[in-house]
Design a protein around this ligand. Sequence first.
Ligand SMILES: Nc1ncnc2c1ncn2[C@@H]1O[C@H](COP(=O)(O)OP(=O)(O)OP(=O)(O)O)[C@@H](O)[C@H]1O
Ligand SMILES: CC(=O)N[C@H]1[C@@H]2OC[C@@H](O2)[C@@H](O)[C@@H]1O[C@H](C)C(=O)O
Length: 379
Amino acid sequence: MDGGANVVTGRLASPGAVMLRTIGLMSGTSLDGVDAAYVETDGEHISRLGPAVTLPYDPALRRDLRLLLDRAPELSPDDPFLRHCEARLTARHAEAVAAIGLDADVVGFHGQTILHAPGGAAPRTWQIGDAATLAKRCGMTVAWDFRSADVAAGGQGAPLVPVFHAALAAPLPKPLAILNLGGVGNVTWIGPGGDLLAFDTGPANGPLDDWARRSIGADYDRDGHLTLAGQPDGAVLGRMLAHPYLAAPPPKSLDRLDFDRALREAGAGALSPADGAATLAAFCACAVAAAARHFPEPPLQWLVAGGGRRNPGLMRALQGALEAPLRPVEVAGWDGDALEAQAFGFLAARVARGLPLTYPSTTGAPRPITGGRLVGSLL
Ligand SMILES: Nc1ncnc2c1ncn2[C@@H]1O[C@H](COP(=O)(O)OP(=O)(O)OP(=O)(O)O)[C@@H](O)[C@H]1O
Ligand SMILES: CC(=O)N[C@H]1[C@@H]2OC[C@@H](O2)[C@@H](O)[C@@H]1O[C@H](C)C(=O)O
């Protein structure tokens, strides 16, 4: 593992450091809405974590974004439907900034990923969102396009949150694993010397959400009722676990739809709603256990962020698959719903300061890579 990611100390602001007021915005692969969070940071240290909000997308926007995921490989950037979605998405992000109710020196605008294909002959990653319009509406400088420089340099372009995780976790005992359970799962392992290893573990809530929609007409398996009522199907689970992604060494990252076909072909469709949900939860848990086999040392504990920590069936499956204790990040005093949005405030400060966003051990980039672009009046 490349140790070059021992980059952030997580100390409180040192005297003289330029602290920026930031608002981070993240709209993740679940397509459920946008999270916004206020952070004061110089991109290395965090001096204040302020208010956070989540604004859900309206059902029509959610449905249209889901359509865009399917159509993204063939879409041109000026496709009228895409532009229409982008305008509504940007407007919702402007509302999220307004809902924070504080001024910021820089806003970190991730945008909505509609395609992520970092490997191959024509590597690309595509986040939609109109940063110039957001900057104008908010009257603030906006950092955006966080992933493409890393992908252009040969990295995976994801995950980006590890440098923020490292800053937050500075006081905690190591080795430590921080697991995000969004539509896709991703993990940051932090070693005793502060070195990082990070990658996407596999599907998390994404397939469960699709399953809940198809089998019971719900947006997701609220409080894990379906998952808890079922039993994993061993044969289907075995076929899912044969997917080569799980054994492949990092660096690695996923598109939200990367596993769709494989999961369909594994035969989950024939299961009852409850057994299907339990099987998908078990698959997510086994994928996380497979991820742990890539760590240089086992973690002392797992801290879990993202919506999946609210699914007790998923948490039970995970604890059954992992050796170290697994707890929501709230035990460390963090906000598991706001963490990714906070990360994009932190990363916006790194963009503003020209600090690297990614490292060989977080995305497989050949060297530390700066990235992101700024639009607006300040800095
Ligand atoms: N009360 C709950 N019970 C069960 N599952 C829940 C609950 N609340 C949220 N979730 C799950 O969490 C998902 C949203 O998680 P989150 O907001 O962390 O994802 P995201 O940020 O969109 O994705 P990613 O991190 O992959 O970009 C929902 O789609 C749902 O599956
Ligand atoms: C391309 C993309 O948007 N990837 C997301 C997705 O959602 C979770 C996982 O896959 C993660 O790698 C990444 O998001 C987080 C914020 C990251 O980059 O760290």
